[in-house]
Design a protein around this ligand. Structure first.
Ligand code: PMP
Length: 386
C-alpha cells in the first residue's frame, strides 16, 4: 500500500497494543500456559450449540429487531425479577448488544458530552477510559488500594461537582476480583441522592462470586436503578466470550438515548444466537449452577498453588485470582510477567496496566476459568518458581 500522506491527529494517542494481545502472543510464542486473557478453555454447552444450529437451519438468519429479539428480552426481564426483584419492561428498557463492551461504549456515547467528568475506579477494565475520551469526556481516576481494593466513598464524594455526569462501577471487579457490598451500595445511594449523576454498572461477572457473597446489582436498589445503565455479557455466563453477545438495561428515558446510538452503531446483533439464548434461558439452572462451578475452580486453583511463593490476595468474585510475587522478585510487574512467561511457562497479566498512571503493587492477575488439567499444569510450574 502506498503510504497515507495526510496528517492524522490520533483521537486515542495513548492507545497501543493491549496487554492481552501482548501476553497471549508471548504465551503462544514460548509455549506457555496462558492464564492471562480472561476466557474459559472449556466447552460451550452442546445443547446451546444445537439450538443455534436449529435456528440457523430454520431460517432465522436475517436482521433481528434493532432492540433485540423480544423473546430474549422477556427472558432477561424474568431473570432480573427472580434474581434482583427488579421490574424491567422488555419492550422499552432492555437492549441486546454485541457483547458487554459495546453496551459500555454505547451507554457512554449516549450521555457523555465534551467536558463531562466520569468517575472511574482504578485498576479498571480497559475499555472505560478510551470510550469516555472518544466522547470528549474527562475520566476522573480514583485509586483503589491493594490488597483489598475497597472504595473510599468519602473520597468519591469530594470529587463530585457540577461537571460530574457519570460514575462507573464494576462488581465483581476485573482485574482485582473485589466486590461491592450492600454497605457500598448504600453509600453510593447517599452520594448520588439529589444530583443527576448517571451510573454505569458493569455486572458481567454477576454469577461469578464466592464465599457465600450475594451479587449486589444496582437493580436491587430502586434509587440506584432509576439512574443506571446495567451491562451484562452472555459470553461470561455461557462460556462463550467469542460470541460477543450481551445486553443493557436502563429506565426508559435512558434506554431511549442508548438505542439512538445503538441503532447507528450496530443496528442489531446476531439473530440465531438470540433465539437460541431465549430458549436456553428458560431453564434457570443454566446460570444458577455457575457460582458453585467457579467456586470449585477457584478453590482448586488456590489449593494447587498452596505452598508456592506466590501469595493469593483475597478475591471474592470474577474468574481472576491476584497473586502477590513480592517474596520472589522486586521487578516491575510488567517485567516480571514477561519473565514468568518465558522462564516458568505461565502467562499472567500485570495489574499496573489497568491504571492511568501505572501503580506497581507487585501483583499479577491469573485467569482460572480453565480445565482442571490446565490449572494443574500451571500450578506445577508456579510451585517450581523460587
Ligand atoms: N466488563 C468487564 C469487567 C470485562 O471483564 C469484560 C470482558 N473481559 C467485559 C465488560 C466485556 O464483555 P464482552 O466480552 O461481552 O464484551
Amino acid at each position: 500500500m502506498p503510504e497515507y500522506k495526510g496528517a492524522i491527529k490520533s483521537k486515542l494517542p495513548k492507545a497501543g497494543t493491549t496487554i492481552f494481545s501482548i501476553m497471549s502472543g508471548l504465551a503462544n510464542e514460548v509455549g506457555a500456559i496462558n492464564l492471562s486473557q480472561g476466557f474459559p478453555n472449556f466447552e460451550v454447552s452442546p445443547e446451546l450449540i444445537k439450538l443455534i444450529n436449529k435456528y440457523m437451519k430454520e431460517g432465522f438468519n436475517q436482521y433481528a429487531p434493532m432492540q433485540g429479539v423480544l423473546k430474549l428480552r422477556e427472558r432477561i426481564a424474568e431473570k432480573m425479577e427472580v434474581l434482583y426483584s427488579a421490574n424491567y419492561n422488555p419492550e422499552k428498557e432492555i437492549t441486546i448488544t454485541a457483547g458487554g463492551t459495546q453496551a459500555l461504549y454505547t451507554a457512554i456515547t449516549a450521555v457523555i458530552r465534551e467536558g463531562d467528568e466520569v468517575i472511574v475506579f482504578e485498576p479498571a477494565y480497559d475499555s472505560y477510559v478510551p470510550s469516555i475520551l472518544l466522547s470528549g469526556g474527562i475520566p476522573i481516576h480514583v485509586h483503589l488500594q491493594a490488597p483489598d481494593f475497597r472504595i473510599n466513598w468519602n473520597e468519591v464524594k469530594k470529587l463530585i461537582n457540577q461537571r460530574t455526569r457519570m460514575i462507573i462501577i464494576n462488581t465483581p471487579q476485573n482485574p482485582t476480583g473485589s466486590i461491592l457490598t450492600a454497605k457500598d451500595m448504600q453509600q453510593l445511594e447517599k452520594i448520588t441522592d439529589g444530583n443527576d449523576i448517571i451510573l454505569l454498572s458493569d455486572e458481567v461477572y454477576e454469577h461469578i462470586i464466592y464465599d457465600g457473597y450475594e451479587h449486589q446489582s444496582v437493580a436491587r436498589y430502586p434509587k440506584l436503578a432509576e439512574r443506571s445503565f446495567i451491562v451484562y455479557s452472555f459470553g461470561k455466563t455461557y462460556h462463550a466470550t467469542g460470541w460477543k453477545m450481551g445486553y443493557c438495561l436502563a429506565p426508559e428515558k435512558l434506554m431511549n438515548e442508548f438505542r439512538k446510538v445503538h441503532q447507528f452503531q450496530v443496528f442489531s446483533v446476531n439473530t440465531p444466537l438470540q433465539y437460541a439464548l431465549a430458549e436456553y434461558m428458560k431453564d434457570a439452572k443454566h446460570y444458577a449452577g455457575l457460582t458453585a462451578f467457579y467456586q470449585q475452580k477457584r478453590d482448586y486453583f488456590l489449593k494447587l498453588i498452596a505452598g508456592s511463593k506466590f501469595k493469593p490476595l483475597s478475591c471474592s468474585g470474577s474468574y481472576f485470582q491476584l497473586l502477590d510475587y513480592s517474596k520472589i522478585s522486586n521487578e516491575k510487574d510488567t517485567d516480571y510477567a514477561i519473565r514468568l512467561t518465558r522462564q516458568a511457562g505461565v502467562a499472567a497479566i500485570p495489574i499496573s496496566v489497568f491504571y492511568n498512571v501505572p501503580v506497581d503493587n507487585k501483583v499479577l492477575r491469573f485467569c482460572f476459568a480453565k480445565e482442571n488439567a490446565t490449572l494443574e499444569q500451571a500450578a506445577e510450574k508456579l510451585l517450581a518458581v523460587k
